[in-house]
Design a protein around this ligand. Structure first.
Ligand SMILES: [Zn+2]
Length: 494
């Protein structure tokens, strides 16, 4: 059925899904490039050639300029693309009021039949105060209700309910719950973080996405309006954002800004292109600078879109392989504000753990780096397991991990100790990040499937030692320690 959303793969709270539209199934996470029907620097065919089978365009502009009057797919000559239309809310954000009512724009959209459409909400934007923000929330909810009849009669369109509230998280929560309860809307969208994105305020963005996603049903796809920079896309996906749209690729291009996976650069400051998309393979920065505005903007826009698509794909690969956490860790070091986003996401570790699948098809060792790795779902789960652990004996035998082989049960040194103590003691291996691993379960994933650095930072050692020492103090009267003389882990003796 149109609007059905099926999750195929998950990692952290992110997922790969299939959304059914009138023009076929689209795989999420998906990015909708914004096409401005009035400015033709880049055409729909360019976008399709890059690899996008979908785009978003503004219904308000189409209507106001009489550009589309019947079926949008036919009029824009893109019968195979999945088309989303936005309502004009962005124009409200930019220019204040617009001369059209919610009802008119919803009626118009139901007439031109895009695959996905949005009601005319009131963006919170940079509301001056909470009262003003509250008005945008209430008005948006009211508007969603007032057009329910039109929406019901055009059920082959996936109608989107924007969620407002901006940085006011209580309002956002309220707005998310209200939108979620309105079952006429098959898609929900977090509105207007554009201003926040422009200010690189990624920690607020993370809080906003978390607040919305944790207050709506997992079964509903969540769209993020204006999430068009590659360095933040994986973080949004990890929290459960399923689709994005943005005009950043073209706005940046007009301003001679070149998007990379980690940052944006000024064309006039560049000597080389490291990218190998068709544009960068063919031209140098100098070539582009010497071109006329129109051609340069088009080519830069094409390159920028390649980068966004690449980022979406890379994130999907990370989800498939179950290494999204590691991917975020890698991205975090691209910029201090991205690092802040990463640390903020760790604040929601319980939420990430809750949805992170325990078992993935292919077993892959987890890569542990520094104290941030303590927040990995796998480590959190192990901590929870150890909290419930019931000793069988009064004696704990603890063997430091240094120079031992995994899986631990096959290591000769450990085998000898196990042979001697297995009837009188509970045997553990002490490993950085994990703390103690009971030998009896050490084969189960990922207690023997991990890679840790040979150099471990002091904080990680300290946190591991605290975990181990607290555990022993709480649960054992006696301990015996092996192989710890040269270890960096200092384990307290009882
Ligand atoms: Zn390129």
């Amino acid at each position: 059925m149109i609007g059905d959303f099926e999750v195929k793969d998950e990692d952290l709270a992110g997922r790969i899904g299939i959304l059914e539209t009138k023009h076929g199934k689209i795989e999420t996470p998906v990015f909708f490039p914004v096409i401005n029907a009035l400015k033709s620097e880049i055409g729909i065919n360019d976008i399709i050639d890059i690899g996008f089978n979908n785009f978003i365009t503004n219904a308000y502009i189409l209507k106001k300029n009489n550009l589309v009057t019947t079926d949008i797919h036919e009029e824009l000559k893109s019968q195979k693309s999945v088309i989303m239309t936005d309502s004009g809310a962005y124009q409200i954000l930019e220019y204040g009021e617009i001369e059209i009512s919610n009802k008119e724009i919803v009626e118009y959209q139901s007439k031109i039949k895009p695959d996905i459409a949005v009601i005319l909400d009131i963006p919170t934007g940079e509301a001056e105060n909470e009262l003003e923000a509250k008005y945008t929330v209430e008005e948006t909810i009211k508007r969603a209700t007032e057009v329910e009849d039109i929406i019901t009669s055009s059920s082959d369109i996936i109608w989107t309910h924007p969620i407002q509230g901006g940085k006011y998280l209580d309002l956002l929560k309220y707005s998310a719950q209200k939108a979620n309860n309105n079952d006429k809307y098959k898609m929900l969208a977090l509105g207007s973080p554009t201003v926040i994105m422009q200010n690189y305020d990624y920690t607020s963005l993370i809080d906003m996405i978390y607040t919305v996603r944790s207050n709506i049903s997992r079964g509903k796809p969540l769209h993020l309006f204006g999430g068009g920079v590659p360095h933040i896309i994986p973080f949004a996906i990890a929290l459960g954002v399923d689709s994005f749209d943005s005009a950043s690729y073209i706005l940046y291009a007009r301003d001679n800004r070149y998007i990379t996976r980690n940052r944006t650069l000024r064309l006039d400051k560049m000597e080389y292109f490291s990218c190998s998309c068709p544009v960068c393979s063919k031209y140098s920065p100098k070539d582009l600078l010497e071109m006329d505005n129109k051609n340069r903007t088009r080519l830069l826009a094409i390159h920028n879109l390649y980068k966004i698509l690449e980022e979406i794909r890379e994130t999907k690969i990370a989800i498939k392989e179950g290494r999204l956490f590691e991917y975020l860790q890698e991205k975090a070091y691209s910029h201090p504000s991205v690092y802040s986003a990463f640390l903020r996401i760790l604040k929601y570790h319980d939420y990430l753990e809750k949805y992170d699948p325990r078992v993935k098809g292919e077993v892959r060792g987890i890569l542990l780096y520094d104290s941030n790795s303590f927040y990995r779902p796998e480590i959190i789960r192990h901590d929870k397991f150890m909290m419930q652990f019931k000793p069988k004996h009064n004696l704990a035998v603890i063997i430091c991990y240094d120079n031992l082989n995994v899986p631990f049960i096959y290591d000769d040194y450990i085998k000898d100790i196990a042979y001697e103590y297995e009837n009188d003691a509970d045997i553990f291996i002490a490993v950085p990040f994990y703390g103690l691993i009971p030998l009896s379960i050490s084969e189960s994933y990922p207690l023997s499937q991990f890679e840790i650095p040979t150099e471990i930072d002091d904080l990680t050692l300290k946190l591991t030692e605290n975990k181990i020492n607290e555990f022993i103090e709480k649960k054992y009267k006696q301990i015996k320690i092996f192989n710890c003389e040269k270890s960096k882990l200092h384990i307290m003796s009882v």
